[in-house]
Design a protein around this ligand. Structure first.
Ligand code: GDP
Length: 341
């Protein structure tokens, strides 16, 4: 039996969507500037351990007066320890060496400046916007258990509601009773309804109901959680395909499939991510727990390996701890000399 709960303090159904500013949503609308509260905190102060690990290496490198073999070795070690991956670290350093030679750079700061620019080039150029364009649009969240899907949906739902969008949460992780309760709490905070099913119910039916619920009320967006059980590849493919098909059965359109990866799992996380990326048409990565990982380089590895842009980064458990990934800010934050943002 499916049920819908909503916050007692939420606006009456349809209130937001009766405002001509918000509805109907034109095709392929892109999210513009996020609310100030969401952007206000600098990445630099929030990368936590990801920055600390770099900082100690960079301090050693910066202390050197000359660019010698030891510096190149130190840079290579720093990149590998930061989880950039061995092959990518080698490629990055080759590129930096070539530019250092070409540009006649002979000081450590110059070398670091070139490394920053090479990193920004590698990470840059991707479209990181989150697409809208259905009535409602559906954003599916996929990934293994515990990576932070439910938390990310909660944070993002709050942000979208603050931006004036009428959001519906779909508790599609029916295999973990706590997941629906957790999502209901976030929905309550966002003043948004959550559609949930009985424990063990078919996740697709929950997503279907949420889309119907959203369509009936003229809501803009359904944020759908999915179960993160470890599957065989064919089960995973079948289940995700079914959720997607059902989400689009009525008037819903899946405009984003966001793969959530836990940064603290490093290269293991990458292996799981590859499996998901092979079976689902993933449009973006959310990299969570970057605050608790000493390995900020995983951002580079994920994007290089999967060829899918990192769109959002989780830097804590609170409602504001989700930031849009910006390559320049990110690289600046990693290379910043002090930790005061
Ligand atoms: P799910 O199983 O994928 O839905 O994962 P959950 O959303 O339940 O998250 C698992 C745990 O990770 C929870 O304790 C969250 O509070 C925590 N978590 C999620 N995102 C972040 C993050 O960006 N930083 C930190 N430090 N913890 C996070």
């Amino acid at each position: 039996m499916l049920s819908t709960t909503s916050s007692p303090n939420r606006l009456p159904a349809g209130t937001r969507t009766t405002d001509p500013t918000f509805s109907p949503v034109p095709a392929r609308v892109r999210i513009g500037t996020p609310p100030v509260a969401f952007r206000a905190m600098g990445l630099r102060s929030r990368l936590g351990r990801a920055r600390d690990a770099w900082s100690s290496h960079l301090a050693t490198i910066r202390a050197s007066e000359v660019v010698d073999d030891r510096i190149w070795q130190e840079l290579g070690d720093a990149l590998i320890l930061a989880d950039v991956g061995v092959a990518t670290a080698d490629e990055l350093l080759d590129e930096v060496r070539q530019r250092v030679g070409r540009e006649g750079v002979d000081d450590v700061d110059g070398v670091l400046g070139i490394l920053k620019s090479v990193l920004v080039d590698r990470l840059g150029g991707a479209d990181r916007s989150l697409a809208l364009g259905g009535s409602p649009s559906v954003w599916l969240f996929v990934g293994v258990n515990g990576v932070g899907k439910t938390t990310t949906i909660g944070k993002l739902g709050g942000r979208e509601a603050d931006a004036g969008r009428h959001v519906v949460f779909a508790a599609g992780d029916t295999f973990r009773a706590a997941a629906a309760d957790q999502l209901a709490m976030w929905a309550d905070r966002a003043g948004a309804p959550v559609v949930r099913g009985a424990e063990g119910a078919d996740p697709s039916s929950v997503v279907f109901d949420a889309v119907e619920h959203a369509a009936a009320r003229g809501a803009d967006l359904v944020l759908a959680d999915t179960a993160g059980r470890v599957h065989t590849k064919s089960n995973l493919m079948d289940e995700l395909a079914k959720v997607r098909r059902v989400a689009e059965k009525g008037s819903g359109t899946v405009t984003e499939t966001l793969l959530v990866i836990d940064a603290t799992t490093g290269q293991n996380g990458l292996i799981q991510a590859r499996q998901f990326a092979e079976v689902a048409a993933v449009t973006g990565i959310v990299l969570t727990k970057l605050d608790g990982s000493a390995r900020g380089g995983i951002v580079v590895a994920v994007q290089e390996d999967l060829g899918i842009p990192v769109k959002l980064v989780g830097v804590g458990e609170g409602a504001d701890d989700l930031v849009e990934f910006d390559p320049v800010d990110f690289v600046d934050a990693l290379f910043a000399v002090d930790v005061t943002a």
